[in-house]
Design a protein around this ligand. Structure first.
Ligand code: HEM
Length: 511
């Protein structure tokens, strides 16, 4: 889908004050289940993209400070959008020079313009996975891994096919291994709460996520190998070397900016760790590596792609998503917990054996909706980029804008998926938002996977290869949680990649 075919709406404006360009003027506020109807974009006025980049060097440096420190990411984007009265505008994004020579982008800050990033006819995704800079390929065995490839490149399709093969060939192991791993995780968390009054869910879920991924996808328990318990620690360090230029760690601002955002951390400092990780995959992933040979991917390229997909895409994504899910559901409180527990237990009981299966998870509308709502309200990967392949016109809710070939588009997903012209009570976590037919119609605006939730990942698009796997894992976490417990309490802090969540109580199932 491209924004050339996207919709306009009739509701109050979330970011753009009403004025000259608010042609689709406000007449009705959408409700949680009633998005505004589409209107033809050709009626919209053509507008020059507003915004500016400031003076060379000084502009990007000033903006980097505003983005990370003086304003913060959301306020940085919102204040500029408000100033220019537009959800499509020009601005700088970090890190800027010297790490990224050119920080200039066209920002897309609404649900109407954002989907242009999924249109691979209009935008190229080559080397844009991390934005305006690309980490050294020596961090990935010398290979540009799949996430950095545009679908037009010859290796994209075979590498994605290999991942589809991995996920489908191991699918019968996913639920049993998740149940096994999560049982151990919850036992440990309960023991932690009894001993100390609270237990770190984020740390426990990191360990559980890595064990689960290796057992379910590779059939190997890392504890039985040379890697031992070190996987999660190594991966987090390796991710820091890749994402440092766009991360904050809470160090004093100037120190952090010099250390992370002004220079690249030398890959040599993480090489030994990475080699251990790659060695583990080389030994554990035999059958997938054999399949790689059959579809024309070299064994070594397959090894480094598996490391990247399992450790960066999957582990990194789950490191953000699982605490986020527990945070939002935890904050929603005991009433929602009771409804979830009732749904999960009644489905599990009628399925027999108290067990969970693909089918029983499909019959839990509230669990499914709560997962989608979490992915909407806090998309785990918030930034997406694409470079215009040719000149074209894109549309926001209010205007059309000419984009030139070669310009870099930057979509900020949290503003797209919390666009009040699509979602009522857009900033709130509404657990049952996606229940029922009307709720289901909203799913096309849930785009955490770099594409609509109603669309499948294929070898010719850039949608997350693990889309269905991720949704399944998130549903399983909620189902396991509410099979075991009636309710729970949390404390929330921040971490380098997302939220840090502590459990302060877990109330055992009473019915
Ligand atoms: C919570 C977990 C996950 C999240 C939030 C997530 C999110 C994403 C996003 C946003 C993209 C698109 C990035 C872009 O191009 O801008 C992506 C791509 C990708 N993801 Fe995931 N992902 C997750 C888990 C997984 C898993 C489990 C796998 C496979 C085992 C996977 C494999 C991939 C691959 C291979 C791509 C690149 C697809 C392509 O080049 O066509 N991801 N993911």
């Amino acid at each position: 889908m491209s924004s050339l075919t996207s919709f306009s709406s009739t509701a109050t404006l979330p970011i753009v004050p009403r004025g000259k360009f608010a042609v689709a003027a406000a007449i009705a506020k959408p409700t949680a289940s009633n998005p505004s109807p589409p209107q033809p974009t050709t009626l919209l006025p053509l507008r020059k993209i507003p915004g500016d980049y400031g003076p060379p060097l000084l502009g990007p440096l000033r903006d980097r400070f505003a983005y990370f420190y003086t304003e913060g990411r959301d306020a940085y984007l919102r204040s500029r959008s408000n100033r220019h009265r537009s959800t499509v505008l020009r601005l700088n994004v970090p890190p800027g020079p010297p790490i990224a020579a050119d920080p200039r982008v066209i920002a897309l800050l609404d649900a109407a313009s954002f989907p242009v990033l999924f249109d691979t006819d209009l935008v190229e995704k080559k080397d844009l996975f991390t934005g305006t800079f690309m980490p050294s390929v020596s961090l990935t065995g010398g290979y540009r891994t799949l996430s950095y490839l545009d679908p037009s490149e010859p290796n994209h399709a075979p590498l994605k096919k290999l991942l589809f093969h991995l996920l489908s060939s191991r699918h019968q192991h996913v639920i049993p291994e998740f149940r096994r791993t999560s049982a151990v995780m919850f036992d440990t968390l309960e023991a932690g709460i009894s001993a100390k009054g609270s237990a770190d869910f984020s740390a426990a879920s990191d360990k559980a996520a890595f064990d689960f991924l290796c057992r379910s996808l590779l059939g190997t328990d890392p504890a039985d190998t040379e890697l031992g318990p070190d996987g999660p620690k190594i991966i987090m360090k390796w991710i820091l070397f890749q994402l440092g230029p766009i991360m904050t760690l809470g160090l004093p601002n100037l120190v952090e900016d010099l250390l992370l955002h002004s220079v690249r951390l030398p890959p040599a400092l993480v090489r030994k760790d990475y080699d251990r990780l790659a060695g583990f995959f080389r030994r554990a992933a035999g059958p997938v590596l054999d399949e790689a040979g059959r579809i024309g991917v070299s064994r070594e390229e397959a090894v480094h792609n598996l490391v990247f997909s399992v450790c960066f895409n999957a582990f990194g994504g789950m490191n953000i998503l699982l605490p986020s899910l527990v945070k939002w559901v935890g904050r929603a409180g005991a009433r929602l917990h009771g409804r979830l527990a009732e749904e999960v237990r009644s489905v599990a009981r009628s399925a027999g054996g108290g067990g969970l299966s693909m089918r029983s998870l499909e019959s839990m509308p509230l669990v499914k909706s709560a997962v989608y709502e979490c992915l909407r309200v806090e998309p785990p990967v918030p930034l997406q980029f694409g470079r215009a392949k040719r000149d074209f016109v894109l549309s926001s809710h209010d205007a059309r804008y000419e984009v030139r070939a070669g310009e870099l588009l930057f979509g900020y997903q949290p503003f797209a998926t919390k666009d009040a012209r699509v979602f009522g009570r857009a900033e709130e976590f509404v657990a049952d938002r996606f229940v029922g037919e009307e709720g289901g119609r909203l799913l096309r605006h849930v785009v955490w996977s770099n594409g609509p939730e109603t669309q499948a990942a294929t070898v010719s698009n850039k949608q997350c290869a693990g889309k269905d796997f991720v949704v399944l894992v998130a549903r399983m976490l909620l189902a396991e949680l509410f099979l075991r417990y009636d309710s729970f309490d949390i404390e929330v802090g921040t971490s380098a990649l997302g939220s840090s969540v502590k459990l302060t109580s877990l109330k055992r199932a009473s019915f």
